[in-house]
Write a new protein. Structure first.
Length: 144
């Protein structure tokens, strides 16, 4: 009985964590906000390429997460769920989510690298007006 309660608790925690993730739009500057930075045509092209590159990485990872979550749910529905299998699936989901986070961080850093100091300053100032729309301030600091 205790094992079932423990497994159910683990399952609920994992599902809560997966649904508690912020949408991608909140992780990266939205398009309309980037337009306020007066980007050059070259910067716009580079940013679009960076975003496309990131999407190509993230979309398959999200699919793998969904498939793993289905597998996890199926394992929990069994009369005698296999703890080792559940932990292995949970770890896989965690690793996939980390890969998505890594891709998003790389995207932000790449975008940051093509902005001018003035655009970075504007981005930092706008951040205070749009706290939930872009990454934390430390991702946008420029180290010269």
């Amino acid at each position: 009985m205790k094992a079932k309660v423990l497994l159910l608790s683990l399952f609920l925690i994992l599902m809560g964590l997966s649904y508690g993730q912020p949408p991608e739009m909140e992780e990266n500057p939205p398009e309309d906000f980037l337009q306020k930075l007066n980007l050059s045509p070259e910067q716009r092209t580079k940013i679009e390429d960076i975003k496309t590159e990131t999407r190509k990485i993230v979309i398959p990872l999200r699919s793998q997460i969904e498939l793993s979550e289905i597998e996890l749910q199926q394992e929990f529905k069994k009369e005698k769920p296999d703890r080792d299998k559940i932990m292995k699936i949970a770890k896989k989901i965690h690793e996939l989510k980390w890969q998505i986070e890594e891709a998003n961080i790389d995207e932000r850093l790449k975008i940051h690298s093509i902005l001018t100091p003035e655009q970075i300053e504007k981005l930092k100032n706008e951040r205070f007006l749009n706290r939930n729309l872009i990454a934390p301030r430390h991702f946008w600091k420029r180290k010269d």
